[in-house]
Design a protein around this ligand. Structure first.
Ligand SMILES: C[S@@+](CC[C@H](N)C(=O)[O-])C[C@H]1O[C@@H](n2cnc3c(N)ncnc32)[C@H](O)[C@@H]1O
Length: 257
């Protein structure tokens, strides 16, 4: 049972993030590019999308493969919206939504041919996520995931302090490549998301929504604080995007499918 503060945060998350094309940096073009690096896959691969949100990349994956996709998230506002879209796209036989924390995924080992995750694995920590995904992948299976990374090793104090708070485990791209190898994956490909992937489907539509949400939630200091946090994050990105970004890592669990 949620208390009043939790309930208002939950509600504004749905009204804010749920109304955006994506709930984090990413784009259809980047999803397509990452998918082009995956393969070969079975004709009907079994796919897991971790932290699917409202399913921007999930629906796209359904077009890129003939497989079955489990779309996993913890929030009803995200899963309900995705479920509606799955029905309206006639994909109920191909996409199944699952409400479960990525921290408690209980699929049998070696279940999936492909695990996808955009902007979400930081929640369990990239290293824990790599180890868990490796267990869940069939030998020869692929993981494609974005992870926020330092793009330069000399971040100014303001941006270093922000990430120290938000995600103390943030690493350089090179350190994450090493981590991928240490976790016994073969790196198949990688690329940095362009700046447009932060803005076109995420920050720009978010910025457009902020004034109306500030009015609607004027009664709640918690909700206003959440909006202010997002504004500060955008301002930081405008100033320091050269120092950090999302890297798409596409890697393979060694072995034969
Ligand atoms: C940055 S958003 C990315 C969403 C989507 N993949 C996209 O790129 O648009 C992170 C997602 O992880 C979900 N999430 C947060 N905690 C989670 C958890 N413990 N288990 C599964 N999903 C979680 C959020 O609800 C959100 O949809």
């Amino acid at each position: 049972m949620m208390n009043d503060s939790e309930a208002v945060i939950y509600e504004i998350m749905g009204d804010l993030y749920g109304a955006l094309p994506r709930q984090g940096p990413g784009s259809a073009e980047c999803t397509r590019k990452a998918f082009s690096m995956v393969g070969p896959l079975p004709e009907r691969p079994y796919v897991l999308d971790v932290g699917c949100g409202t399913g921007g990349q999930t629906l796209q994956l359904a077009g890129l493969t003939d497989g079955h996709i489990i779309a996993l998230d913890v929030f009803d506002w995200a899963l309900d919206r995705l479920s509606e879209r799955v029905v309206s796209c006639g994909l109920t036989d191909r996409i199944r939504t699952t409400k479960q924390s990525m921290m408690e995924m209980d699929f049998p080992d070696e279940s999936f041919d492909l695990i996808w995750s955009e902007g979400a694995l930081y929640i369990m920590g990239f290293e824990n996520a790599l180890r868990k995904c490796r267990e869940l992948l069939k030998p020869g299976g692929f993981l494609a995931a974005t992870e926020v990374c330092w793009l330069r090793s000399d971040p100014p104090k303001e941006v270093r302090e922000f990430w120290q708070q938000a995600y103390p485990d943030i690493k350089t791209v090179a350190d994450n490549v090493q981590l991928v190898n240490d976790c016994e994956f073969e790196m198949v490909g990688q690329f940095t998301l362009p700046d447009s992937a932060w803005w076109d489907e995420y920050y720009t539509p978010m910025r457009e929504l902020l004034p109306s949400l500030r009015e609607r939630y004027a009664h709640s200091s918690e909700a206003l604080a959440l909006l202010a946090e997002n504004e500060a994050e955008m301002a930081l990105h405008e100033k320091y995007s050269a120092w950090y970004g999302y890297e798409f890592f596409i890697c393979r669990r060694p072995g034969n499918m």
